[in-house]
Design a protein around this ligand. Sequence first.
Ligand SMILES: NC(=O)c1ccc[n+]([C@@H]2O[C@H](COP(=O)([O-])OP(=O)(O)OC[C@H]3O[C@@H](n4cnc5c(N)ncnc54)[C@H](O)[C@@H]3O)[C@@H](O)[C@H]2O)c1
Length: 347
Amino acid sequence: MKILITGGAGFIGSHIAEHYTQKGAEVFIFDNLSRAQYTLKKGTVRDYNWNYLENYPSIARIPGDIRDFEALEAAAQGVEIIFNCAAQTQINASIADPIEDISTNIMGTFNILELARRLPQKPIIIHCSTSRIYGINVNRLKSIEDGDILRFADNSVKNGISEDFPLDGHGHTPFGVSKLAADIYMQEYAHLYGLKIGVFRLSTVYGPRQFGLEEQGWIARLLLDTLLGRPAALYGAGTQTRDPLFVTDMIAAFEAFIESEIHQGVFNLGGGMNNLLSPLRLLEILTEKTGARSAPNFHPPQPYDPKIYYADISKARKLLNWKPSISIDQGLNLMIEWVNENKNLFS
Ligand SMILES: NC(=O)c1ccc[n+]([C@@H]2O[C@H](COP(=O)([O-])OP(=O)(O)OC[C@H]3O[C@@H](n4cnc5c(N)ncnc54)[C@H](O)[C@@H]3O)[C@@H](O)[C@H]2O)c1
């Protein structure tokens, strides 16, 4: 099997690359290494996952930009599956420079679709979408406090946010809008041109080899803050609640779709209602687990941060026969183990 992973040097893409190469696939990763500009400046961290994948002879690393159709076309010859993990992922950057955001998240994604339409083998596409396409519509729902986390109090979302939750309105940020356009384009191409496409709306995915930033990868960021004894920046009350999904569970859902008879589908993925977590709760758990402590440093709430989001995963459960298998407790242990083994990267 031959697969192409755009954004393959990123957190999610590099895990997909490792998974498929271990299964015997020929893997091509295609990445412009732009994430590095947001990551720690020193040492090997900047291009860590790109360099890490060099250990696998069956992974070819192609430097390239998804906005460059010819480069993408050259990389995609003969591939049976394309995982689209390349994106501009920073919300504030999308507000500061929406054109840059649109060019990757819309035009770059469009290139992938157009390429897949033209390729004779019609590759399957797995697209990484995001819960941010729902904007802050979720903030209109009532929630109740349960210790340091929030739960929806509204009966209409008692199992979480489902795929038909309203998308209209403002509060998406340019990032949410560009990802929404890409999400719908994916659905449209599947419908119009008969491509097999799975659109997966992710919220908080976490795991080893994640280099967290303030805006993305908050679990990895707070873990590092704790282990390094740095103050942790929290926004608002720090009770913003999510349902983190361990990265290998996410890959299992992708794989279930690829192997299924389902031709096209949109799926909200998350770690399930037994795995809800907020930044405040996470800091407590990390101190219990590691004995280290990070003092929260509170900032005003961020205007476009959903107060609460967790996915209704019943569609993926039913159609893909999938469920998350790694609890927050197990997932955090794996991350802590990885950071402890790689402390030299962060010192
Ligand atoms: N990690 C999460 O919790 C999460 C949550 C929701 C959605 N997602 C989505 O999953 C996807 C992967 O996320 P991630 O966490 O691995 O992010 P990441 O930033 O680690 O990886 C994205 C990769 O894409 C590359 N890239 C960016 N622009 C590119 C371009 N124009 N051409 C080629 N490569 C480019 C970056 O260099 C980076 O390596 C993104 O679409 C993101 O929006 C992730």
